[in-house]
Design a protein around this ligand. Structure first.
Ligand SMILES: Cc1cc2nc3c(=O)[nH]c(=O)nc-3n(C[C@H](O)[C@H](O)[C@H](O)COP(=O)(O)O)c2cc1C
Length: 221
């Protein structure tokens, strides 16, 4: 028998003290820019045992403004912005070509923390994407070489054949180019840090780009 969905939902908890360490967060002591705080929170999440803290939701919108979201990996965060890589011809790649804006969300339940980032997205020069890809695993290259991401798959066998050929190529020639594989940089105009609180007085600190600097403001939870 199928489990009762509503009963299951009522039985599940957020921030079970056995799992989650809700730490105090003093926004007064936060740095003037979001990047160092993000780097610290990512390191905190990894050190606290958060599985896959470098994965994030990436939201885009199509040409009509309809939203979509999926998980991707964070490839870096520096003065160019928050970086991720994907196929230019995938659904998200099409969205970014039509509307070069996106939002990211990280959730680290072991610390009750969330980070949101939004802003314009630019594609990095192809050689940057190549260097990034070739520094990663054989599996990452094989996946990039498999291609046709987001196209309709006629049969699982077709994928197996394409993937086997891609793995073979990736093993034989680790510098094979994957032409549509693109590295994107999201330059934040807003970055929000959310620290959960047991009494629901969650701290929300938003950094808003203004000219060359950042305005820091608190938000009601
Ligand atoms: C943990 C995890 C990490 C992923 N990382 C990536 C990634 O870095 N790049 C990517 O193109 N897809 C990644 N995917 C697959 C995407 O979620 C998605 O299925 C794919 O990119 C197609 O999305 P689209 O049809 O919206 O373009 C990942 C999925 C998971 C679950």
């Amino acid at each position: 028998m199928e489990p009762d969905l509503h009963e299951l939902l009522r039985s599940l908890r957020v921030w079970d003290p056995a799992v989650t360490d809700l730490r105090p967060f003093d926004p007064e002591r936060a740095p003037a820019e979001p990047l160092p705080l993000f780097a610290r929170w990512l390191a905190d999440a990894a050190a606290a045992g958060q599985p896959e803290p470098h994965t994030m939701s990436l939201a885009t919108a199509d040409a009509d403004g309809l939203p979509d979201v999926r998980i991707v990996m964070l490839h870096g965060a520096d003065e160019r912005g928050w970086s991720f890589a994907t196929h230019a011809h995938s659904r998200k790649g099409g969205h970014l070509a039509a509307r070069p804006y996106a939002a990211l969300a990280f959730y680290w339940p072991v610390l009750g923390r969330q980070v949101r980032v939004r802003g314009p997205v630019t594609a990095a020069p192809p050689e940057e994407a190549r260097t990034d890809l070739h520094a990663r695993s054989t599996g990452a290259l094989a996946a990039a070489l498999t291609g046709r991401q987001s196209a309709v798959l006629a049969s699982p066998g077709e994928l197996t054949r394409a993937s086997e050929a891609a793995w073979e190529k990736a093993r034989r020639s680790p510098t094979t180019p994957a032409p549509s594989w693109t590295l994107y940089h999201l330059a934040p105009v807003e970055t929000e840090f959310f620290q959960g609180d047991a009494d629901r007085r969650h701290v929300r600190l938003r950094y808003r780009r203004e000219g060359e600097g950042w305005v820091r403001e608190l938000l009601w939870p």
